[in-house]
Design a protein around this ligand. Structure first.
Ligand code: NAD
Length: 344
């Protein structure tokens, strides 16, 4: 068994504080992770840390406070650039257990380098796989495995939200394929196996204050080895938040909605011929982190979808989609002929 875990969150912004630290708080209340303090590392002092946060400015300072670097479970929640250096520094310092936020890498070359550095250092690197850990996905997988819609023919997954302010504000992303698409491609590969990109497009984000060429949204199609076609859409100019998965089989259809935020952790699933929706209590990131700590502790399997090779493949497909993407002049129209219909 591994030494008891000490959570260390690297990067205490939205993902580090509001997602990872909150999930750790829930798990500490349940007794699944240590309830003691969480070491948070960020060059910028957090203005409003969550209870239990112990802030340190740099990784060496943080690791120096631990009995052993091998006891740390480091959550990398920094922006994607610079992550290879971060993983190298963790390896040199003796850290062996790492959870890493999406996207895994910004290019396939970076993904390959990261995977190699982690493997050679003996680091167990778990890239965050939100949708594979969702109870909605688990329910969908059970329906598919039971043949409830016959043979799967096609998948459609829309993950849209209004993202005007952040699209213009922070230079963290240059394309809509970097925002929700890493989650979407991962889910498509998780459910339907490996694939190739057949076509893709992006559209601009336009506001009175400025515009960004490819940050309004995008769509891409995948042809999976087994013949299933996946269509993935992310409209970041959508007036509403949508996280809807649809699966068509030879004998029916499944419609699944993931929770649209952490404040109401329920998803819903319905299939052809079913009178009621199935309500799925769902907090996928918390489940993922729970499963990760069990894995690190030697008492559980690797979390679903947390395979660096799979994330490397996602990076390759997103690079292929970006290279092939045809720019649309404007976002697809709203209403009955909205983005969803456009991509069906
Ligand atoms: N915001 C979200 O909802 C969300 C959701 C899932 C995943 N993510 C991913 O999480 C990552 C971070 O996104 P975010 O939205 O939290 O960004 P953010 O800008 O809110 O926070 C990033 C933080 O990392 C700190 N930081 C930068 N370099 C650092 C370093 N070397 N060491 C320690 N801290 C460092 C910054 O000071 C900042 O506080 C991105 O890869 C993003 O795609 C974000």
């Amino acid at each position: 068994m591994s030494p008891p875990a000490v959570p260390v969150i690297l990067g205490y912004g939205r993902a580090g504080r509001d997602l990872h630290h909150r999930s750790l708080g829930v798990l500490a209340e349940r007794g699944s992770v240590p309830a003691a303090e969480v070491v948070v590392v960020d060059p910028v002092r957090p203005l409003d840390p969550l209870p239990g946060a112990r802030w340190l400015r740099s990784l060496p300072e943080a690791l120096a406070t631990l009995d052993s670097p091998a006891s740390a479970v480091v959550h990398i929640a920094t922006p994607v650039s610079g992550r290879t250096d971060t993983v190298r520094a963790l390896a040199d310092a003796g850290v062996r257990r790492v959870i890493m936020e999406k996207p895994y890498a910004s290019t396939p070359a970076m993904a390959r380098e990261l995977t190699t550095v982690a493997r050679e250092a003996g680091i167990e690197l778990l890239p965050v796989a939100v949708w594979p850990s969702s109870t909605v996905t688990r329910h969908v997988r059970e329906l598919l495995a039971a043949g409830r819609i016959g043979r799967l023919v096609s998948l459609h997954f829309e993950q849209s939200k209004p993202r005007f302010r952040r699209g213009l504000d922070n230079g963290a992303h240059s394309s809509a394929f970097e925002v929700e698409m890493p989650h979407q491609v991962l889910l498509a590969l998780h459910l339907c196996g490996d694939a190739e990109v057949t076509d893709a497009e992006v559209w601009p984000l336009r506001t009175p204050a400025g515009s960004a060429r490819a940050l309004g949204g995008g769509g891409l199609r995948l042809r999976h080895r087994g013949g299933v076609i996946s269509t993935l859409v992310s409209d970041l100019t959508s007036p509403t938040r949508i996280r809807r998965l649809r699966l068509w089989g030879t004998e029916g259809e499944i419609v699944a909605h993931y929770p649209i935020g952490g404040d109401d952790p329920f998803g819903q699933v319905q299939m052809t011929g079913q009178q009621d929706r199935t309500l799925c209590p769902d907090a996928p990131l918390t489940t993922f982190i729970d499963d990760s700590y069990r894995f690190f502790h030697g008492t559980g399997e690797r979390p679903d979808g947390a395979d660096p090779q799979l994330h490397l493949r996602v990076t390759e497909l997103l690079a292929a989609a970006s290279a092939a993407a045809v720019p649309r002049g404007a976002p697809p129209l709203l209403g009955p002929t909205d983005v969803h219909a456009h991509w069906e």
